[in-house]
Structure formats: structure tokens, C-alpha cells
Write a protein that binds this ligand. Sequence first.
Ligand code: ATP
Ligand code: MG
Length: 232
Amino acid sequence: MTRKIVVLNPKGGSGKTTVATNLAAYYASAGFRTVLVDYDPQASSSRWLRKRASHLSVIHGIAAFEKNPRVTRSFLMRLPPGTERVVVDTPAAVAAQDMPELVRDADAVLVPVLPSDIDIHAASKCIADLLLVAKIKRREHRIGVIANRARRNTLALTTLLRFLGTLDIPIVTTLRDSHNYLRAAEQGHGVHEMKSYIARDDVATWQPLLDWLEKRFANGEAASATGLEAAG
Ligand SMILES: Nc1ncnc2c1ncn2[C@@H]1O[C@H](COP(=O)(O)OP(=O)(O)OP(=O)(O)O)[C@@H](O)[C@H]1O
Ligand SMILES: [Mg+2]
């Protein structure tokens, strides 16, 4: 079954490409047939993929940054047969009206957020747009926030937690500010593919996110089996 995860936050530099590439690397190395879709004309994910060493598990890349909506739709037709995981990286400055198209059919939408006031304000707007413009229903629990480069117990983080709490949206994990992400970005791999004595602490922070995604996929299956999802 194909599962689609969209990484989205219009705020530049929040960690979308970092999350998308590391997630794709994890799924590929775990044996899933994985596709990485790059909607960003800056093509950071595509560049990362080109750096990937040939001995690593294959990730199929799709550069989907053409503006034509018919093109974005038809890329789905071009998924290789048997694709199990589709990870979608999106650009900065996505307009609210483009969100419905980007998150359509997504089993999960991940919003990485940096722990600054400006970033948290932007993330709140992003989440509001996902709910109101892209019409993701809160009770579908498809949205998960990732606190990126977070130092614990900052005031901004507490504010974010309170905001999300009122909306019943979880922070699915906290990623450390780590040199390993810079190295992984340069070398076309993910922290799960690094030597464990180097990346152990970072790998550990991915587990709550991976568990949340698995739960999402299982719930999605149950909901569509009972017709809940179709009923809206
Ligand atoms: N947890 C982290 N630890 C250390 N560096 C990080 C971390 N997350 C992201 N970075 C670095 O911060 C920079 C911005 O991250 P990234 O490219 O993932 O953000 P983005 O949201 O995709 O940006 P854009 O909006 O421009 O596409 C990159 O150099 C990345 O390597
Ligand atoms: Mg990016």
C-alpha cells in the first residue's frame, strides 16, 4: 500500500528538506520502495538524492516543481509500481491556496518548526491554513508538528505547545540541533544510515515520529474500511 507523507511549512529554513530526506533515507534503508517528490524549484532534495552513494538503498526521485497543476497530478501516475512510501518535500513561501493540492491524499502532514518566536508565529499560520484552507479535519489527526533544533523549555516552545494543545495537534518529536544533519545533507544519506556511534542520539529522536506515522497509517486503513474517511 502506498503511504504519502507531505512535509510542509511555508517558513523558509524550518527543516522541511532535512525531514523529507532523512525520512526517505530511513524508509529506503528499512526496505520500503521509496519515492522522494521534490516540489521546490530550489531542488534541494533532488540535489541530495544525486549525491547519494550507489551502495545505499535506492530512492526514486521525482522533480515535481512544474507549476502546472495537471503536471503535479500526473506525477502520481508515474510512481514506480509497488511504491510503498512517498515523501514529499515542499518549497518555502507556499501560498495557502496551493496547500489543498499539495496535501491531497496525504496520510500525514509533517510541519517542522524552529523554536523562535517568528517561526512559531509562522507555523501557527501554516496550521491554521491547513485546517481552514486545505480543510484537513482535526479529528483525522493527520497533522504532526516536529520541533526542530529545539532546546527544551524555551518560552517559545511552551507557547507553541499551548497553541497546539488547544487544537489537539501533537508535537510528534523533537530533533536535536546536530552536525549530523549537515553531514547527511552533504553526503546524500540520512542519520539512520550513519555509523551508530555517531548518530545514535539523533536516530533515537526519530522513533516517536516513526511510531506516530505507523499509527496514522493503521488508523487511516481502519477509517477507510469503515467509510469514516469518505464521510468526511
Ligand atoms: N536539526 C538540525 N540540526 C542541524 N542543522 C539543521 C537541522 N535542521 C535543519 N538544519 C540545517 O538548516 C538548514 C535549513 O534546513 P532545511 O534545508 O531542511 O530547511 P527547509 O525548510 O527545507 O528550507 P527551505 O524553506 O529553504 O526549503 C540546512 O542547512 C540544514 O542542514
Ligand atoms: Mg527545503
